[in-house]
Design a protein around this ligand. Structure first.
Ligand code: EPU
Length: 421
């Protein structure tokens, strides 16, 4: 088990290359189950969720090679359609194998993901979509068993614009017989990339980038290569590291349009944002940043995956702000930990009311989930004294060695092995 020790007082400075996106990798990788052969995904981040997905795919018979961010997946010898509890419990995105296994092999047995650190995260929409496509779904001993001789195109409307349900439905419908119309589909960049990848493989998905997708089922798909998009949440986390420490930092390998909602809010706090030659720079030198409210929403709204980091930022802002999460209403486990560092945050319904304080004070704090861990690291960078962030295995699921990136910017942060839990 590792922890971070962060000593404060350093301004950051410099340029960092952002890694490939975790959440698109977790969709692109299972999509390869739809073909037979060698697929290549470039710009894949070296994060633990990617390694968990590699293990899960290996269990199904997929051979992999992962070197220098290039992931090769050979799907020629699929030997199992079972996603076991031991892997699914580690990562909910494992449920992404359901759609491709069912549509290609007519059978999938996938452990039901449990709750998560911030409450229930149902998969009812995934299962309803599979049923609409003609699958028989049985829930048995904690497993979803899905069967269908052949899936059939149909009309599916998602009651909630779900990233995962859109991805799973796409991966099932591309090999169904006939045409599927999927409405209220998610338009997150990671889902757009998945749809583009499926089309490269030979799928026929129309309307990519809109909430209404038409999918003409094909008999088979072929292996393909794709370049993954940059991680907009890692980029956002690093930007707030710069802002909260009153620094000037730059990011390379970003897609600026994916960051619109965050950049507008950052500018509202008083930070200067510029973009030149594909390099994004924020300058927060010599400002007392202002309090700015945010409410999370589906893309292109403010991402729920940036909510905890924004909350950390607002603890030191001038004034009172509210942060409301409309996607995951209970995703606030970081708040008591921030308050232990001297923040003044009150939780009311699904929102945090944050009264900005002059300073945070270093303390020993505990990560409870991926983005909460990132939030505590950000608070530690700005706090007086020394902060220890425990249980950073959560952080390692989705950030590629963030301490090295922060150290390159001049932060005083080290990873230390510990028996503390
Ligand atoms: N929902 C349902 N039923 C379903 C599916 C979702 O009610 O069957 C609800 C959820 O409870 C939630 C909303 O729909 O209120 C949106 O959930 P969504 O399905 O879009 O989330 P997800 O696909 O499980 C992905 C990301 C999350 C990110 C969310 C929202 C991946 C692997 N995960 O999860 O990323 O928070 O979309 O943008 O893509 C993270 O990276 O830290 C993370 C949690």
């Amino acid at each position: 088990m590792d922890k971070f020790i962060i000593r404060s007082g350093k301004k950051l400075n410099g340029k960092i290359i952002v890694s490939g996106a975790k959440n698109s990798s977790l969709a692109l990788m299972p999509a390869t189950l739809l073909n037979s052969g060698i697929n290549t995904i470039q710009n894949t981040p070296e994060v633990n969720d990617v390694y968990t997905m590699i293990k899960l795919l290996k269990q199904l018979g997929v051979e992999s090679e992962f070197f220098n961010h290039e992931l090769k997946l050979n799907t020629s010898n699929i030997s199992s359609q079972v996603a076991p509890y031991e892997l699914v419990k580690k990562m909910r995105a494992s449920v992404y194998v359901l759609g491709p296994l069912l549509s290609r092999y007519g059978y999938a047995k996938v452990s039901m993901p449990g709750g998560c650190a911030w409450g229930p995260r149902p998969i009812n929409l995934h299962l309803e979509a599979m049923k609409k496509l003609g699958a028989e779904i049985i829930l048995e001993e904690g497993y979803i068993i899905a069967k269908a001789k052949k899936l059939h195109g149909t009309k599916i409307h998602l009651d909630v614009s779900s990233v995962g349900a859109t991805g799973n439905t796409l991966m099932a419908a591309v090999l169904a017989k006939g045409t599927t119309l999927l409405t209220n589909a998610a338009i997150e960049p990671e889902i757009i990339l998945l749809a583009e990848y499926l089309n490269l493989m030979g799928a026929k998905i129309f309307g990519i980038g809109t909430t209404s997708l038409e999918i003409e089922g094909q008999d088979q798909l072929s292996p393909e290569a794709i370049v993954n998009i940059p991680d907009r949440i890692e980029a956002g986390t690093l930007l707030i590291a710069g802002a909260i420490t009153n620094s000037k930092i730059s990011l390379d390998n970003i897609n600026i349009s994916h960051l619109d909602s965050l950049l507008v809010k950052l500018e509202d706090t008083g930070v200067k944002v510029s973009y030149d030659n594909n390099i994004l720079t924020i300058d927060a030198n010599d400002i007392r940043f202002k309090s700015v409210d945010v409410t999370t929403a589906v893309y292109p709204g403010f991402p729920t995956d940036m909510q905890a980091q924004w909350t950390a930022y607002m603890t030191l802002a001038n004034g009172i702000s509210t942060v409301t999460d409309s996607i995951y209403t209970d995703r606030f486990n970081h708040v008591p930990e921030l308050n232990r560092m001297g923040a003044n945050i009150e939780l009311i319904n699904n929102g945090a009311v944050i009264k900005g304080v002059e300073k945070l004070k270093g303390a020993k704090v505990m990560s409870t989930d991926l983005r909460a861990s990132a939030c505590l690291v950000l608070a530690g960078l700005a706090a007086e004294g020394s902060t220890e962030v425990l249980r950073i295995y959560h952080l390692d699921r989705g950030y590629q060695r963030i301490e090295e990136k922060l150290r390159m910017l001049g932060a005083d942060i080290e990873r230390v092995a510990t028996t503390e839990f």
